[in-house]
Design a binder for this molecule. Structure first.
Ligand code: NDX
Length: 255
């Protein structure tokens, strides 16, 4: 396989367009899973959350890993480039092989699972293909301010995301499906602490890679889970009369 710059440009632009579509579809009405799912009692057309999250996220890990294995001779030099590819796979290793096995979420709609899987194949290919076949970094990229600051943001975001996912999980006993007020960590300041962490993480990745595909993905993440954080916030305010009034939706002290 060769690097085709026009393919990277086309796929990144399409990802940006999908982000805008996402924003226009889900700004007013939330995507229908989890607490925004209406027909909760109907088990048909749904898969247990563990299965669904595993299947949906698997391509984001497998596709770059396959591209890497198929690359002959291996080309992930310099060290900066290798590290960047590892960061992407590291996140999706967590999301595919760890997160689903601990989730206590409600069954996930098959229709969204289908689109989510397609999205993960698409994005896994774009990010992997770019990093493995196209990216060119100078030998000292690891000491470049964009790499170091992006890496720090990525790690900070990932820490917030994993910690917040853990706090949400601890709100329920096994088998429970009710919603409670999240407390602690960044939930003290925002309703969508896990989403805030994920957004910081992917913008950090975009800065560290300084690449169009990664910026397009960070933008998609913002357009996908930003509105969802807003809808979660409204849901909490409507459902819990004692919900902390000073808590914001997504960005501490601001929004
Ligand atoms: N999966 C990313 N678009 C998505 C699934 C949905 O990883 O057609 C995007 C991802 C997909 C989406 C994916 C792509 C676009 C799709 C969309 C659906 C439609 C859309 C396909 C791939 C589409 C177009 C038109 C462009 C084609 O019962 P429950 O499940 O609510 O329980 C929850 C529990 N919980 C609570 N428990 C007790 N009390 C409370 N108050 C609780 N609040 C929540 O915690 C869950 O078990 C758990 C987490 O729930 P929630 O709602 O906070 O997070 P969730 O949305 O489930 O995300 C889980 C994690 C989180 O860390 C988030 O950052 C990350 O995954 N994520 C999620 C979505 C996308 C994404 C990351 C990204 O873009 N990077």
């Amino acid at each position: 396989m060769q690097c085709v710059p026009s393919l990277v440009l086309a796929l990144s632009s399409l990802l940006g367009a999908l982000a805008l579509l996402q924003l226009s579809l889900y700004l007013r009405v939330p995507s229908r899973y989890g607490k925004h799912e209406e027909r909760l009692c109907r088990p048909r057309g749904r898969l247990p959350a563990r299965c669904a999250w595993f299947l949906q996220e698997l391509p984001s890990f497998l596709v770059p890993a396959l591209l890497l294995a198929l690359r002959s001779p291996p080309r992930l030099e310099p060290l900066g480039c290798r590290l960047l590819c590892c960061l992407f796979c590291w996140h999706y290793f967590y999301r595919t092989f760890i997160y689903p096995f601990f989730t206590r979420g409600r069954p996930f709609p098959l229709q969204l699972l289908f689109f989510g899987t397609l999205f993960c194949i698409y994005n896994g290919f774009l990010q992997g293909y770019y990093l493995i076949y196209c990216a060119e970094y100078p030998n000292d990229w690891c000491t470049d301010i964009r790499f170091t600051s992006g890496l720090l943001l990525f790690l900070l975001g990932m820490g917030i995301n994993i910690h917040s996912d853990l706090l949400l999980r601890q709100l329920r006993k096994p088998g429970e499906v009710t919603y409670k007020i999240p407390q602690g960590g960044l939930f003290t300041y925002v309703s969508g602490a896990n989403y805030f962490g994920e957004i910081v993480e992917w913008f950090g990745f975009a800065i560290a890679t300084w690449s169009l595909p990664a910026f397009a993905f960070a933008f998609f993440t913002l357009c996908c889970i930003g509105p969802r954080a807003y809808h979660h916030h409204r849901y909490y305010l409507k459902t819990f009369t004692d919900y902390p009034k000073s808590r914001k939706a997504l960005i501490p002290f601001i929004f």
